[in-house]
Design a protein around this ligand. Structure first.
Ligand SMILES: Nc1ncnc2c1ncn2[C@@H]1O[C@H](COP(=O)(O)OP(=O)(O)OP(=O)(O)O)[C@@H](O)[C@H]1O
Length: 291
């Protein structure tokens, strides 16, 4: 698959539970090698969307293509190209970590070139626990194992539903490195849901925000920030005096500033609206509109 190919294509997706519509006309795409974060308040429809794309839930209407197939009838070969990290892997408590991953890797050899179990165990930081029974792992260690299970077949597309919820800061940092490595080095396309906006800002090439089952924003963190805040704040010191200026194009403004004053410009800082500020503004606005 080449860069620029559309790996996920969701068009007019609708989902109804009983008489309640929980997804209305959801449309977005993801390209090959892109990390897409799906954000939104509790109940916005993130898990429902991801489960439909994984082929675990039937949709009510709309067109969905995942790696060129409709997930509602994706066969085994298609499934082997898709990695899934569910909210938690509770079965197989008596299995040992290495034993389970070796077993799953063997299953994938018919379709893909799976990870070597020991390399994978090292990549998710479980080397010291490789011989332990799964039921004896801590919550965070089990979550690392969930991630290993999701990627063991070197999927072309990986779904991560709140992958770092139980991680300590070091595990979270290692996981971020692993995800960026999968996208940058192996060109894995990744769709993740998270409530951690700093995580989304760090990992995602693009962000889709769902609210009340509708897409209310789609773009890079910088695009979304520009759309809401409009301007960055530029601060600097010149001849001992502190200055502040708001600029729509802060890079062009800084270039001009240096062209005019050269090395006399000191302590330059550019402050862009954080994803947290942008997200809160977008969700508040959407909720006011729907009242
Ligand atoms: N099996 C079901 N039957 C009926 N309603 C459901 C079912 N599953 C989910 N819902 C409803 O669909 C809506 C979307 O739920 P979903 O789990 O997709 O949200 P979410 O964005 O993943 O939320 P969270 O951030 O809390 O995980 C919610 O209102 C939820 O109550």
């Amino acid at each position: 698959m080449s860069p620029g190919t559309t790996v996920l294509d969701v068009d007019g997706l609708r989902m109804r539970y009983g008489s309640t519509d929980v997804l209305h006309d959801v449309t977005f795409q993801a390209r090959h090698g892109e990390v897409l974060a799906l954000l939104g308040p509790n109940g916005a429809g993130k898990t429902t969307t991801i489960e439909i794309l994984e082929g675990f839930r039937s949709r009510s209407a709309g067109r969905v293509q995942v790696l060129g197939a409709d997930p509602a009838d994706g066969g085994e070969r298609w499934r082997a190209r898709v990695g899934v990290v569910l909210q938690s892997w509770r079965d197989h408590g008596k299995w040992r970590v290495r034993e389970l991953l070796a077993h799953l890797a063997a299953h994938y050899t018919a379709y893909t070139r799976p990870w070597d179990p020991d390399e994978l165990i090292a990549a998710v930081g479980l080397t010291a626990h490789a011989a332990k029974k799964i039921k004896t792992l801590s919550g965070g260690q089990r979550r690392r194992l969930d991630v290993a299970i999701g990627i063991v077949g070197r999927p072309e597309l990986l779904f991560l539903d709140e992958p770092t919820a139980a991680f300590d800061p070091a595990a979270r940092h290692d996981f971020h490195e692993l995800v960026r490595g999968l996208a940058d080095d192996q060109h894995t396309t990744i769709l993740l849901t998270t409530h951690d906006l700093a995580e989304a800002e760090k990992l995602a090439d693009r962000i889709v925000i769902l609210d009340g089952g509708r897409v209310i924003a789609d773009g890079s963190a910088a695009d979304l920030a520009r759309g809401i805040a409009g301007e960055d704040e530029v601060r600097w010191v010149h001849e001992g005096r502190r200055h502040t200026h708001r600029a729509a194009d802060s890079t062009a403004f800084a270039r001009e500033l240096f062209a005019r004053h050269g090395a006399a410009v000191q302590e330059l800082e550019v402050h862009r609206a954080s994803l947290e500020q942008t997200y809160l503004a977008l969700v508040r606005h959407a909720e006011q509109e729907s009242r």
